[in-house]
Design a protein around this ligand. Structure first.
Ligand code: AP5
Ligand code: MG
Length: 208
């Protein structure tokens, strides 16, 4: 049973690759960031607690995160495996995760900070099903989601100064988490700098 963590800097394609791999393997892709944004959009008490951190690129407190993740991974659709994007991002979260589950794979998508900034400047996301797009590929042709017809929006944390702050947190806090999984022997590094298809082919090789 696959229990896969997808890691990597902002814009490296965690969400994009998780979506592709989920279809290939027939298991759900769970995005920590999307779970938070859904709570904010629904206006729940939890959403109110996490809004300021999420929208300004700071990490949400561990105890809140672990509850959200545990709850999601305990849903019936995740009973036969899952892909988790964006959790854990700090060593303390890795410890909490390892107390209730042993991941089978951790994949790091590698990308330079310059490419992160470029990709996120043009990212659009569906407000309904969360599908990820890029302005360059759409060339103004698509104004609503091709899957569910909902509007596309720009994330409030995709502004250059917030992207730089998120990248700094990644280098300082999340890279040590990747090294921990490397020591555990479950880490695979994939070049995330090519096209979406090239990265997907590299990721797929891990599971043949
Ligand atoms: P989250 O939503 O996870 O954001 P992130 O980590 O900053 O990562 P991104 O979603 O920005 O990038 P991605 O790697 O998914 O790239 P994507 O596939 O979209 O988290 C948001 C916030 O929530 C955090 O800042 C924090 O506040 C909070 N949070 C989340 N998890 C937390 C945790 N564990 N603890 C505490 N707080 C937490 O691709 C980006 C763009 O590039 C798209 O436009 C896409 O089309 C394009 N693209 C993708 N791949 C390629 C390619 N190969 N070539 C060209 N373009 C590409
Ligand atoms: Mg994402």
């Amino acid at each position: 049973m696959y229990k896969i963590l997808i890691m990597g800097p902002q814009g490296s394609g965690k969400g994009t690759q998780a979506e592709i791999l989920a279809k290939d393997l027939g298991i759900p892709a769970v995005s920590a960031g999307s779970l938070l944004r859904e709570e904010i959009t629904k206006g729940t008490e939890l959403g109110r607690q996490v809004a300021a951190d999420t929208e300004s690129g700071r990490l949400v407190p561990d105890q809140i995160m672990i509850e959200i993740i545990k709850n999601r991974l305990n849903q019936p659709d995740a009973a036969h495996g899952w892909i988790l994007d964006g959790f854990p991002r700090i060593l303390s979260q890795a410890e909490l995760l390892l107390q209730f589950v042993q991941p089978t794979h951790a994949i790091v998508l590698e990308l330079s900070d310059e490419q992160s900034l470029e990709r996120l400047a043009g990212r659009l996301q569906c407000a309904g099903c969360q599908k990820i797009y890029h302005e360059k590929k759409l060339m103004g042709k698509l104004l609503v989601c091709e899957v569910c017809g909902s509007e596309l929006f720009k994330r409030s944390d995709d502004q250059p100064e917030l992207i730089c702050q998120r990248l700094a947190i990644y280098h300082q806090e999340t890279e040590p988490v990747a090294r921990k999984f490397e020591e555990m022997g479950i880490l695979r590094r994939v070049d995330g700098s090519g096209t979406i298809e090239e990265a997907a082919a590299e990721v797929k090789k891990i599971f043949v």
